[in-house]
Design a protein around this ligand. Structure first.
Ligand code: UDP
Length: 239
């Protein structure tokens, strides 16, 4: 039953780096398991959960192309990296008895379901967690744009972007002691001031569909569940 939150369906976006723990690369299974437990605590409330996980802990297209690789090929490699992360998260969620589907924007039927919108909606209605993998399926995009696209298609009420920092700041808080965190900020300010929330295409897609983005820290003491209930520290990006 819904007791702790007003949300019925949400998108959780995390970067690939959130899964690597203190390692410099790849997957750290205990960290994946910890995030799966956060997801479970929200799933237990009856909230329908979509997830998009980046691939930066394994491969980023821009990195590859900077080293001389053809850009679109490098981007496809980045998309494949997100599939590996999605499978790791599926495994961790299933270990907690949460039915989970990995739905890929690039068909690979042996590994993941193809993306069929109505079918994904049906999974959500049956309280299965849907992890949308392989980004948008197109090079030159990011998983932030994929998260915004799928959140719109699935009619999520908000995107929760779990990061290393507890919100959106006027400058990089890691480098400036006087950086100030916004409680609320508009899409237009994020774009005009180039605040590092998501890339511009993702922000514009959220703005044009009035989809709020809640930026929070994955180390937030009250966890994802607390943030969903409006507790803790976060920034809400909206109109
Ligand atoms: N990517 C892409 N199209 C998409 C989503 C992702 O080409 O729709 C590629 C892109 O090369 C990107 C990589 O996949 O660098 C990994 O995604 P992202 O950088 O968004 O991961 P994160 O930074 O969130 O870990």
């Amino acid at each position: 039953a819904l007791t702790d939150t007003a949300y019925k369906r949400v998108m959780l976006k995390i970067s690939g780096e959130a899964l690597m723990g203190d390692q410099g690369f790849g997957l750290h299974p205990p960290t994946v398991q910890r995030i799966a437990e956060e997801v479970k605590s929200v799933h237990d409330l009856g909230v329908e959960i979509c997830m998009v996980i980046g691939g930066g802990n394994i491969f980023r297209g821009l990195q590859g192309s900077a080293q001389g690789m053809e850009r679109t090929t490098a981007d496809y490699m980045g998309m494949l990296a997100t599939v590996m992360n999605a499978l790791a998260m599926q495994s961790a969620l299933e270990a907690l008895d949460i039915h989970t589907r990995v739905i890929s924007a690039i068909t690979m039927n042996e590994v993941a379901e193809p993306y069929i919108r109505r079918r994904a909606v049906r999974h959500l209605e049956k309280k299965r967690v849907c992890i949308f993998a392989a980004g948008t399926g197109n090079p030159y995009f990011t998983t932030d744009t994929a998260a915004t696209l799928r959140a719109n298609e699935m009619k999520c009420e908000a995107i929760f972007k779990g990061t290393k920092v507890d919100g959106v700041y006027d400058k990089d808080p890691a480098r400036h002691a006087d950086a100030k965190r916004y409680d609320n900020v508009s899409y237009d300010d994020v774009l005009a001031k180039r605040l590092g929330v998501m890339d511009a295409s993702a922000i514009a897609l959220a703005r044009d569909n009035n989809l709020p983005i809640i930026v929070f820290s994955l180390d937030e003491p009250g966890g994802f569940r607390g943030i969903l209930a409006g507790r803790g520290t976060y920034t809400k990006v909206h109109g």
